[in-house]
Design a protein around this ligand. Structure first.
Ligand code: HEM
Length: 440
């Protein structure tokens, strides 16, 4: 189990061990590793600019953020930013492009949740079979997840047997420092909870950092660049702040930390474009009443991030549809803003991501002026999620219409209801009240 999927004591223990790896002091030590990656990114950018042609910077950001994860979390240096055919990059793409919702078994589980234990075994069995096939017949391709896990095992073995004084400081090492090959109890009945991770937990967590930190950070950088390209005044203001700090005798980490406008800018980008709005989920463990609504024990609640971030009462008096970084200088409701989630289970990599974003943007703006490309607006399309949810449920319904015997209408109707509620939440920020009542 890893942080994302662990619950209760298991999650608590893992989080206790992993939190310190992302402390300000540890991040400061990791800044040189991130800077090495930014150096390669700048070289790549300079090559691109010499071509004197419009280009899609998202693809270059993706290589940068993957490089950062590989160096800081996997402990390996690759040349993935220059080498188009880099294997790590290809496998990472394959893992992040996996769409479990397209798996018919996963779809089946949505409609018949009581089948989840059986279906999970089948899905897991499929994966193990593929891995077995690969071991037996080398020509059969190894699943990208297993490919990563196997590489990580080698890196960890090498670290554990290497000279302690020569070990580099990265996320992997910080977690290994608290790792053990022994079994760990998860309960903390009256005793202090164990502050250890099993080696397998280190591997699976490092792997999850890749999933959690690669596309999120590159997408955030892309949104930042979009705003810089479309709002030249803001770009100039940011550059002025960066220039002001250039001559100061500070470490890179302290310098970005002291740039107030840069911080406001990133906050505003993530308010308008939350990267993973559907990730924040909480299960209710005691039946409770909120604003007159009874929430049953066991219900899973997902806050509607877009409605919160665009709520005029929470973000006014300036129109929340406008990009105004200074609005973050006014104290707001603590739950009005959640691009990294909220509470003790918020994003453990938040500080890491912010350091990476800030280091990259400062280097970029020191050297370049960002201009909009002719195709930019056409390629920049924010899709309304409700369309997808709706489409997905329609597809599932038609699948079941085709394959299931009569006798499931109630369950299907219940699902339809969930689909429309989801639609309702997602439309809320975009429509007037009377419009979204039609959705229900
Ligand atoms: C701009 C970049 C990022 C964004 C917007 C983002 C956003 C989020 C959000 C919304 C959550 C759910 C929080 C909640 O439920 O309250 C989350 C969880 C998590 N994120 Fe991030 N994240 C980013 C970068 C990263 C990075 C770089 C890493 C690791 C290196 C990371 C690792 C994780 C992990 C492990 C969790 C699960 C935490 C737990 O369950 O205890 N994230 N992230």
């Amino acid at each position: 189990m890893q942080l994302f999927t662990a619950n209760s004591h298991q999650w608590h223990r893992q989080r206790l061990v992993i939190n310190p790896a992302f402390s300000a002091a540890k991040l400061k030590l990791m800044t040189p590793l991130v800077n090495e990656c930014i150096e390669s990114f700048m070289n790549k950018l300079s090559e691109k600019c010499e071509e004197q042609q419009e280009f899609n910077i998202y693809l270059i950001y993706k290589r940068l953020t993957m490089d950062v994860i590989c160096r800081c979390a996997f402990g390996i240096n690759t040349n993935m930013q220059t080498d188009i055919d880099n294997e790590y990059m290809h496998k990472a793409e394959a893992v992040t492009n996996e769409n479990f919702e397209n798996n018919p078994l996963i779809r089946l589980s949505y409609l018949m949740p009581w089948l989840i234990p059986v279906l999970s075994y089948i899905v897991i069995g499929q994966a193990i079979f593929m891995q077995f096939l690969h071991k037996w017949k080398k020509s059969a391709e190894e699943l990208p997840r297993f490919w990563f896990v196997n590489r990580l095992r080698h890196v960890i073995d090498a670290r554990v047997s290497s000279d302690e004084t020569k070990r580099r400081i990265d996320l992997l090492q910080l977690m290994l420092d608290a790792a053990t090959p022994n079994q760990i109890k998860n309960d903390n009945n009256g005793d202090v909870m164990s502050k250890k991770l099993h080696y397998d937990e280190v591997i699976i967590n490092v792997f999850s950092f890749m999933i959690a930190g690669y596309e999120t950070t590159s997408t955030a950088l892309t949104y930042c660049t979009y705003i810089l390209a479309t709002q030249p005044t803001i770009q100039e203001k940011l550059r002025a702040e960066i220039d002001k700090h250039q001559d100061k005798n500070e470490s890179d980490y302290d310098r970005i930390h002291n740039m107030i406008y840069l911080d406001l800018f990133i906050r505003e980008v993530l308010r308008m474009f939350p990267i993973v709005p559907k990730t924040v989920l909480r299960e209710c463990n005691t039946t409770t009443t909120v604003c007159g609504y009874i929430i049953e024990k066991g219900s899973v609640i997902r806050p509607d991030m877009f409605s919160l971030h665009y709520d005029a009462d929470l973000w006014g008096p300036d129109d929340p549809n406008l990009f105004i970084p200074e609005r973050h200088l006014t104290p707001r409701h603590p739950m009005a803003y959640m691009p990294f989630g909220q509470g003790p289970r918020n994003c453990v990599g938040m500080r890491f991501a912010l350091v990476e974003l800030k280091l990259c943007l400062t280097r970029l703006l020191c050297q370049y002026i960002i201009l909009p490309g002719d195709e930019m607006e056409q390629k920049f399309k924010v899709h309304e999620k409700y369309e997808r949810a709706d489409k997905y449920y329609q597809e599932t319904l038609s699948l079941f219409d085709q394959y299931l015997p009569i006798g499931y209408p109630d369950r299907i109707r219940a699902r339809q209801k969930i689909a429309t509620i989801e639609r309702f939440y997602c439309c809320k920020s975009a429509m007037a009240l009377e419009d979204y009542e039609d959705c229900l």
